[in-house]
Design a protein around this ligand. Structure first.
Ligand SMILES: NC(=O)c1ccc[n+]([C@@H]2O[C@H](COP(=O)([O-])OP(=O)(O)OC[C@H]3O[C@@H](n4cnc5c(N)ncnc54)[C@H](OP(=O)(O)O)[C@@H]3O)[C@@H](O)[C@H]2O)c1
Length: 270
């Protein structure tokens, strides 16, 4: 299916590896030009080079890929990515918000500073990115925002309290913003909720679970996968394909939604 977004410009944050990279790959294959962001310059440059090759191979028209190494949770980092697209965020047609998740732990150990860091990275940063881009999108009559959040928004995970809390704040904000006046002007905002996907981030949470329970890492992996109806972790490629669909022309009537990708792990009817 042609997603109708070839030639558009997308900002994909946290894109050097993992889920952000999966989204960047799926978009570049559709011929979307990219500004990709992560903090480590070397890893990001390598990814950008591979994305250029992937785009040239799949999309034919060799989409542009610009790498901006910056911390997206800072005002300076956001200014750097907006500068790369030629203006203060007005030129992006698609924005995929993403950054590292907060550390796991016990809520008794988190002080105010820990909470401020989590809220800043996983709630206020996506809101700042939305604020900077939606009006330009609405003026041009097309825009897609996809926030990478977490299945923890629907089914909280005890050791990820910082994530449960901060991302729920973003989810509430998006529910209102997506239904504001921008909805009638071609702009959609949706959240994409990963369950367990095989990335470096997952390795971190598995190690924490192993340390907490005294089980081996292999045992935790086996038990986690057995608890997922699909019987396995998801892949960044599967995640990216859903993201690209949410960014498509065809998904224009879908906004304010929380789309869960978890291999059936969430047990509810809705
Ligand atoms: N994987 C899962 O199963 C899962 C499940 C639920 C939720 N999530 C959430 O989904 C998001 C992505 O997870 P992932 O598994 O893809 O993680 P990952 O494999 O660790 O990749 C994270 C990416 O984000 C970049 N990044 C981190 N902090 C950043 C910052 N401040 N500014 C710019 N880039 C930053 C990293 O590069 P640098 O380190 O070089 O910046 C890397 O490219 C996280 O918020 C995670 O909590 C993941």
């Amino acid at each position: 299916m042609d997603l109708g977004i070839s030639g558009k410009w997308a900002l994909v944050c946290g894109a050097s590896k993992g889920l952000g990279r999966g989204c960047a790959e799926a978009l570049v294959r559709e011929g979307v030009n990219l500004v990709v962001n992560a903090r480590s310059a070397d890893a990001l440059q390598q990814t950008a080079a591979q994305l250029r090759e992937e785009g040239a191979r799949a999309a034919g028209a060799a989409p542009q890929v610009i790498a901006v190494a910056a911390d997206i949770t800072t005002p300076e980092g956001r200014a750097a990515v907006f500068g790369a697209a030629g203006g203060p965020g007005k030129d992006f047609d698609i924005v995929v918000t993403n950054a590292g998740g907060p550390p796991p732990g016990d809520f008794r150990d988190w002080d105010r500073d820990a909470w401020v860091r989590a809220v800043d990275a996983n709630m206020l940063t996506p809101i700042e990115l939305i604020r900077a881009t939606v009006d330009g999108m609405a003026a041009r009559g097309f825009g897609r925002i996809v926030n990478i959040t977490s299945s923890a928004v629907k089914a909280p995970i005890d050791i990820l309290g910082l994530s449960n809390g901060a991302r729920s704040g973003l989810t509430g904000f998006v529910a209102g913003a997506a239904r504001s006046s921008i909805a009638a002007r071609g702009v959609t905002i949706n959240n994409l909720l990963p369950g367990r996907f095989d990335t470096d981030r997952l390795v971190g949470t598995i190690n924490a679970a192993a340390a907490k329970t005294g089980k081996s890492v292999e045992e935790v992996r086996r038990m986690q996968q057995a608890a997922i109806p699909a019987g396995r972790y998801g892949t960044p490629q599967e995640f990216g394909a859903i993201c690209a669909f949410l960014c498509s022309v065809q998904a224009g009537y879908m906004t304010g939604q929380n789309v869960l990708a978890d291999g059936g792990a969430y047990p509810g009817t809705f």
